[in-house]
Design a protein around this ligand. Structure first.
Ligand code: MN
Length: 297
């Protein structure tokens, strides 16, 4: 497999103090991961110089992720929220650039929250406009934006891969891609494998996560299909493992995601297993593809 593998920082830590950043980075690197995904809901909490030094010391890459809060909701059709959201996203671009990051992903196009009414045409048009300007800024630093397709309880803008592709097309920038997450796909897609294949070249980032957000392979997600989809789509981008337990409580993320149960306590064991599981699943999917397409007879 060619994909770079990462883990979400909240498998290790709930915040980003010096102690937490150093521990999350060293732990991720020690298991052989290529990069860490750091939450950037509030980028001002990240000490850039300290974090960059720790990354360099450990030979680790970084991506950032976030969802916009309601006051920064660029899809709301509210000029003040739109302006605040654009400024916030630009700050995340600057922070990610200074960290040496490659991707900014997540709910970059709306609030990261439960909505009670559908998105509006005007609101989404405003989000598209902002995303285009943010993408232009990100492109100067070779940063890709991943618009994460999430379930209905976390946004009202894009809940399916097809909607994600549509939004990417509307933004129309080469560094704006669809970010799929099998935890969300398990809720919204009719056929996750097909959805991944149909996303095709628009796919730019992928989250693995189990249906209950615990150990991979212990819930109801059909990972055989997920990885076969990634191989059939010839996806070669980053794959980041996400898992959340009340054992690591980081607010506001844990609260928004509804992390009430203690699904694991040993982060090292969880992440070591996730890497083995991901490599084994990818290998099996690649071999299945070879059987389908190859052979000397
Ligand atoms: Mn995700």
């Amino acid at each position: 497999m060619k994909n770079r593998l990462g883990v979400h920082a909240q498998v290790w830590v709930g915040g980003w103090s010096h102690e937490e950043a150093a521990r999350a980075i060293a732990s991720t690197a020690s298991l052989g991961y290529d990069y860490i995904e750091a939450p950037a809901l509030d980028p001002s909490l990240i000490d850039i110089d300290f974090t960059r030094k720790e990354l360099e010391k450990n030979g680790l890459g970084i991506t950032t992720s976030l969802g916009l809060d309601d006051s920064c909701d660029i899809s709301a059709g509210d000029p003040d929220k739109k302006a605040r959201g654009e400024a916030h996203l630009m700050k995340v671009v600057a922070t990610t650039r200074d960290l040496g990051g490659t991707h900014i992903t997540g709910i970059l196009y709306s609030g990261f929250q439960k909505y009670f009414t559908p998105a509006t045409t005007e609101g989404v048009a405003g989000a598209v406009e902002v995303l285009r300007r943010v993408a232009e800024e990100a492109a100067k630093s070779n940063i890709t934006l991943g618009l994460e397709v999430v379930n209905r309880y976390e946004t009202n803008v894009i809940n399916t891969a097809a909607q994600g592709v549509e939004l990417c097309k509307r933004v129309g920038m080469p560094n704006v891609k669809v970010h799929l997450d099998c935890y969300h796909m398990n809720i919204e897609e009719a056929d996750a494998e097909r959805a991944i294949i149909e996303t095709g070249d628009y796919l730019g980032y992928f989250h693995t996560g189990e249906s209950h957000r615990g150990y991979l392979g212990t819930g109801s997600i059909d990972f055989t299909k997920i990885f076969r989809g990634l191989v059939k789509a010839n996806y070669q981008g980053p794959i980041c493992f996400e898992s959340f337990s009340s054992a690591v409580a980081g607010q506001p993320l844990s609260g928004i995601l509804g992390i009430w149960r203690n699904l694991w306590t040993d982060s090292t064991d969880l992440c070591r297993h996730a890497m083995q599981f991901t490599q084994a699943q990818m290998k099996a999917a690649e071999e299945a593809q070879a059987i389908r397409t190859g052979g000397d007879w």
